[in-house]
Design a protein around this ligand. Structure first.
Ligand SMILES: CC(C)(COP(=O)(O)OP(=O)(O)OC[C@H]1O[C@@H](n2cnc3c(N)ncnc32)[C@H](O[C@H]2O[C@H](COP(=O)(O)OP(=O)(O)OP(=O)(O)O)[C@@H](O)[C@H]2O)[C@@H]1O)[C@@H](O)C(=O)NCCC(=O)NCCS
Ligand SMILES: Nc1ncnc2[nH]cnc12
Length: 277
């Protein structure tokens, strides 16, 4: 049978491809501080790279369904928000079935799900549209005492929900500009992506880090990421030394910046969309 050419795929197919590619690129990127990568498991005893790949692939039908729902419903409003919530919860179940109960991509389902739906609906205003969707209240969403909810109670950090409701400032104001800057400076693609992750980490209230390592962990993450960039970034010897130092410090605190990793995937997704729609 003849293979389908890229332009023969539906928009929803292409968005799902790009979302999964972004997740796989994020997982493969190395060396990421205290995160799962090609070197190992970072600060996680229950995760490894193969599981991150399997989890990413299990989410392809969910991203496609989200983009299709956006195209079918055709406007931002409660019907679309609640459809995305239902599809997201089903996607989460598919992820948990694949990983045997390990939470690999909960934050990514949220961020990339909203962005994929927004890209289908309004390709010229993706983060604004995603923010409008995130601001709507899904009446059917359960209110579990998630790690994020516990951190919100304890530290007042509103995490993934607020990041989306504000239109992904960590991606738009930090990750993407750094990605483009490091590319312009010929850092090399992998170093540019590492620099984008670090830029996201400099200012993010990552609820994964707060849950595991409190405000000390968060300050270590933010200041350590800034130190790498100040030293010249991942492409320089001085920057690599700082990056190694940050890895050791976060591992010692058992602090994993999983929220920043999801936002790097969001950043790579938006970067890929540029010119592709
Ligand atoms: C609306 C939700 C976002 C609910 O979020 P909430 O804040 O209540 O709770 P969590 O489920 O704890 O957090 C969501 C995940 O978002 C990532 N994240 C963290 N901080 C930020 C941030 N500042 N900005 C953006 N994203 C952030 C993070 O995901 C990564 O971490 C996961 C691992 O976390 P955790 O389970 O805590 O892991 P461990 O410490 O390793 O656990 P133990 O080993 O100790 O047990 C990993 O999966 C990464 O993805 C947060 O976890 C939304 O989640 C929601 O309502 N979902 C329901 C379905 C829905 O409506 N979907 C909508 C579809 S569009
Ligand atoms: N590479 C990674 N390591 C650990 N947690 C993550 N959550 C999303 N990506 C991750």
């Amino acid at each position: 049978m003849r293979a389908l050419k890229q332009h023969e795929l539906s928009l929803a197919d292409r968005l799902a491809d790009m979302a999964v590619d972004a997740l796989i690129d994020e997982a493969d990127l190395s060396p990421k501080p205290a995160l799962v990568d090609r070197r190992g498991n970072g600060a996680h005893s229950d995760l490894h790279l193969g599981l991150m790949h399997a989890s990413a692939l299990s989410l392809w039908p969910m991203f496609k369904e989200m983009a299709e729902a956006a195209l079918d419903i055709g406007e931002v409003g409660l019907p679309l928000r609640e459809a995305l919530g239902r599809i997201g919860r089903e996607g989460e179940q598919a992820m948990l079935a694949t990983t045997q109960g390990v939470n690999t991509h909960r934050g990514a389902i949220w961020a990339l799900g909203l962005l994929a739906a927004a890209a289908a609906l309004e390709p010229r205003a993706i983060t604004l549209t995603a923010a409008k969707l995130a601001l709507l209240n899904d009446r059917f969403a359960p209110q579990p005492m998630s790690h994020g909810a516990q951190v919100a109670q304890r530290y007042g950090a509103r995490g993934a929900r607020e990041e989306a409701q504000l239109g992904f400032p960590s991606v738009i104001q930090r990750g993407l500009p750094q990605l483009h800057k490091s590319r312009r400076e010929n850092a090399g693609e992998q170093n540019a992506r590492l620099d984008a992750l670090l830029a996201i980490m400099t200012d993010l209230a990552d609820t994964c880090v707060l849950y595991r390592a409190g405000t000390e962990g968060l300050a270590t993450m933010q200041q350590g990421a800034q130190a790498v960039l100040d030293a010249g970034g991942s492409a320089t010897l001085a920057g690599r030394r700082q990056l190694h130092e940050l890895d050791l410090q976060l591992l010692a605190l058992n602090a994993s910046p999983g929220g920043a990793a999801d936002l790097l995937a969001a950043c790579l997704f938006i970067d890929r969309l540029d010119g592709a729609l």
